[in-house]
Design a protein around this ligand. Structure first.
Ligand code: F0G
Length: 462
């Protein structure tokens, strides 16, 4: 066995498997799998700042990648096996304007802008890792279900690298056109099923289990290894200091799970001396985690969360045909597949969960965009969460807070236009049904005749 192996996260099982196996759940007990490492056999740097040396060798694609330049902390592939398209060139941005709006000290609020990835979302951090593993095991065909960004990301990796074909499953509901058009453009075989994301994911898992198709959703433990590096770049942006809070939108809970794993490992390796707190923000219309944690008091419990409670809730969800519904279509998910790992992350990071309304989400999205960092609605949940947690007094004015902007503004321009246009028709079609009744941060276009005097009047100059 190499230095890396796959391991069941359930402490009563903890079975291990070779990295050469294609698995998305433990064959013995059905739990989620981690990629784990024999750290004694890996040349782990003594300090995180040692990674800075890679800036001088950035002509080497694996040193240029914002994921693989940290490869000693996800050592499951050789340099020759790595599939990279230059992902992870994302930076931490201090945002004083938003800090003031959130009643925080200037210099204390940061945005980690993952929309700057090749496919426009954080998913590329994970997809480079899943694509690398797919190549290691000789996969010819890959697949995923998606609310849009995972499919765009998988499609770009398949298209650019030519290592494998790809099939994407999307629901027929709210997928944003920016995302769907990417999958189509990059040549993915796109299956739009009648159903939502939860249906699409159940279907693709079943199909991949029965056929030689490599699954790239976040139940794939290799994908989450890549997403750990978002946290490494956050630390790098803070001069290798640990912030007080990481705030992240929660959908399928892959990101929050990988962040928890990153901090767990960094602490165990002695590379950080404390872990930040984690705030996972659900949309109110897709609030399964919030309900489990805040109402149901579900906890990690050393790896033994209450399985009956989880099963029981999913049974009533099925019985009553409960469906997720939010304008933040990226996180319109009722059955987060990484629930257990997210509970672990909450335990490791003394984390909390909140839910915010669609009104709060899209107002916050507009506030973020007005500072020059466009993001999609799901990412707006972060600032909505910070505003809420400031009011509750949970986040303090002088805490250092990092919000993860998960996807680019251009992913969902329809919603942005519905917000800004001031067009009552667009408003009543797109926003009102979701309970959005006002657009306080709208910046509508001013329509004037093509006439100098009229234009100057509109500008207040005449
Ligand atoms: N933000 C964006 C922009 C997303 O696309 C997603 C997930 C999330 C947040 C939630 O992240 O699942 O790790 O909790 N999108 C998936 C997709 C489900 O199919 O693109 P998570």
């Amino acid at each position: 066995m190499s230095v890396a192996f796959q391991q069941c996260i359930h402490p009563d099982c903890a079975a291990t498997y070779d990295v050469g196996q294609i698995l998305t759940a433990c064959p013995k007990c059905g739990s989620l799998l981690d990629v784990t490492y024999d750290w004694n056999a890996v040349p782990v740097p003594k300090s995180l700042s040692e990674f800075e040396r890679r800036w001088t060798t950035r002509l080497n694609p694996v040193d240029y990648s914002g994921v693989w330049r940290f490869r000693e902390l996800l050592p499951f592939a050789t340099d020759e096996q790595i599939v990279t398209i230059g992902e992870g060139q994302t930076i931490l941005q201090k945002n004083d304007k938003l800090a003031r709006q959130c009643d925080m000290k200037v210099g204390h609020l940061f945005l980690q802008y993952e929309g700057m990835n090749p496919s426009g979302s954080f998913k590329d951090n994970g997809m480079t890792a899943a694509s690398t593993h797919a190549r290691m095991v000789g996969a010819k065909m890959t697949a995923c279900a998606s609310t849009g960004n995972t499919s765009a990301s998988l499609a770009i990796y398949a298209g650019v690298t030519g290592h494998f074909q790809c099939i994407v499953f999307v629901g027929s509901g709210k997928i944003a056109f920016g995302k769907l058009s990417q999958a189509l453009d990059y040549g993915a075989k796109t299956i739009q099923i009648r159903g939502d994301f939860d249906d699409a994911l159940a279907r693709v898992r079943d199909i991949c289990a029965k056929h030689p198709i490599y699954l790239c959703n976040s139940v794939n433990p290799f994908r989450l290894e890549g997403q750990k590096t978002i946290m490494l770049r956050v630390l790098e942006g803070l001069g290798w200091q640990v912030p007080d809070w990481i705030v992240v939108p929660g959908g399928n809970l892959g990101n929050s799970s990988s962040f928890g794993k990153a901090f767990m490992e960094l602490k165990a390796l002695g590379l950080i001396d404390r872990v930040p707190r984690l705030a996972i923000i659900n949309a109110s219309g897709a609030d399964t985690l919030d309900e489990f944690v805040n109402d149901g008091k579900l906890v990690w419990n050393g790896g033994r969360p209450n399985a009956d409670q989880i099963c029981g809730r999913y049974t009533t969800m099925d019985r009553d045909n409960e469906r997720a519904s939010t304008l933040a279509s990226a996180i319109e998910i009722n059955r987060p597949v990484n629930l257990e790992k997210a509970l672990r992350a909450l335990s490791v990071c003394n984390g909390i969960v909140r839910k915010v309304s669609d009104q709060e989400i899209i107002d916050s999205r507009a506030r973020i965009a007005a500072t020059g960092f466009g993001c999609e609605p799901a990412s707006g949940a972060t600032i909505a969460g910070v505003l809420r947690l400031r009011k509750e007094g949970v986040i303090h004015a002088d805490d250092r807070v990092v919000c993860i902007l998960t996807g680019h503004q251009l992913k969902d321009p329809d919603l942005t236009m519905a917000y800004h246009s001031g067009d009552p028709q667009l408003m009543s079609k797109k926003l009102t049904p979701a309970g959005v009744t006002s657009t306080p941060f709208a910046n509508p276009p001013v329509v004037v005749d093509n006439d100098e005097v009229a234009i100057l009047k509109a500008l207040g100059l005449a």
